[in-house]
Design a protein around this ligand. Structure first.
Ligand code: IPM
Ligand code: MN
Length: 357
């Protein structure tokens, strides 16, 4: 089969880590008889520099014409002081919206061989950690009405958190589909003791699950308590569904618990098979171009694309196993380096993984 993949390299380490993922995908293609055609499009800071726009129309068109999209990372110091509408991050928010990718799945998994990298005490993580955060991605406060003005207290600014039943139901469905394949338990995170939008969230999640997935046990956790529980007892969680802003914050926290943010990927999907796959870490401008970044998160993102957009389950597993083998052989990039292991650069890490496919 032939698949057209749009690659949005982005800024900072984006191009290096995408190159690593492409190397691995090429090996998969050769080994399993597929054809992957890669088309690169600009996004983020580099797109601002060339087109004055973090998401040029050609990028939107290219993504919509592709079978799926692989993204590196966007942003960097250089663009930090631009007005909010032409900042690199806006490119990311807009491509999610343009592709109608309302669900963002962020698995935070503690790799056995990297358990020591967790900043938590060993007793807290010894049973393994795999928290799958399902974050609503195209609604809530990141897309709500906003504005600013001047009043009695001087200048003010405001943003709004707004959710409709339909938006809550469709993200709940995605989370339930994952939960039925796993532990049949779903944690829904909100702030229903304060927010009206959270009360609707909670009511909708319960009604939707009771009607469509009665086998799933749903538990509500308030977001402040959730932030605490993630560091207190991370092994208690499996699938977690939450709003855009809470998911943004909690997924970084959960990622940090695994100690290896350079190893975590995410997928964003809507109602079609065309998704957007990216590492969950950022563009790391401080180490860009030095061949020291960890390409594994992006390689895993590419693997998720094979599984979730193209139904290539064997190929997904082959990549995961190859990564595990390379780690077992003691190879590490700088971010996950430990005594007695062999440090390699970004390019070499990708080559090693490709060789193990
Ligand atoms: C993320 C990032 C983005 C987000 C930013 C860059 C807009 O933090 O993917 O989590 O908040 O969604
Ligand atoms: Mn974030």
């Amino acid at each position: 089969m032939k698949y057209n993949i749009a690659v949005l390299d982005g800024d900072g380490i984006g191009p290096e880590i995408c190159a690593g993922a492409i190397k691995v995908l090429e090996k998969v293609a050769q080994k399993y008889g597929h054809e992957f055609a890669f088309s690169h499009y600009p996004i983020g800071g580099c797109a601002i520099d060339t087109f004055g726009d973090p998401l040029p129309q050609e990028t939107i068109d290219g993504c919509l014409a592709s079978d799926s999209v692989l993204l590196g990372a966007v942003g960097g110091y250089k663009w930090d002081n631009l007005p909010v509408d032409i900042r690199p991050e806006k490119g990311l928010l807009r491509i999610r919206k343009a592709m109608e990718l309302y669900s963002n799945i962020r698995p935070a998994k503690l790799w056995k061989s990297l358990a020591k990298a967790s900043p938590l005490k060993y007793e807290l993580v010894k049973d393994g950690v795999e928290i799958i955060i399902v974050r609503e991605l195209t609604g809530g406060i990141y897309f709500g009405e906003r504005g600013s003005g001047t009043g009695d207290m001087g200048d003010f600014a405001w943003d709004t958190e707004k959710y409709s039943v339909k938006e809550i139901e469709r993200i709940t469905r995605i989370a339930c589909e994952l939960a039925v394949k796993r532990g049949k338990k779903l944690v829904s995170v909100d702030k229903a003791n304060v927010l009206e939008s959270s009360r609707l969230w909670r009511k909708t999640v319960h009604e939707y699950c009771a009607k469509n997935y009665p086998q799933i046990e749903v538990q509500d956790v308030l977001v402040d308590n959730m932030a605490m529980q993630i560091v207190k007892n991370p092994s208690q969680f499996d699938v977690v569904v939450t709003s855009n802003i809470f998911g943004d914050i909690l997924s970084d926290e959960a990622a940090q618990v695994t100690g290896s943010i350079g190893m975590l990927a995410s997928s964003s999907l809507g109602d079609t098979k065309r998704g957007l796959y990216e590492p969950i870490h950022g563009s790391a401008p401080d180490i860009a171009g030095r061949d020291i970044a960890n390409p594994i998160a992006t390689i895993l993102a590419a693997a998720m694309m094979l599984r979730d957009s193209f139904d290539l389950v064997k190929e997904y597993a082959a990549i995961e196993i190859a990564i595990q083998k390379v780690l077992d052989e003691g190879y590490r990039t700088a971010d996950i380096m430990e005594d007695g292991k062999t440090q390699v650069g970004c390019r070499k890490m990708a080559e090693l993984i490709a060789e193990h496919i």
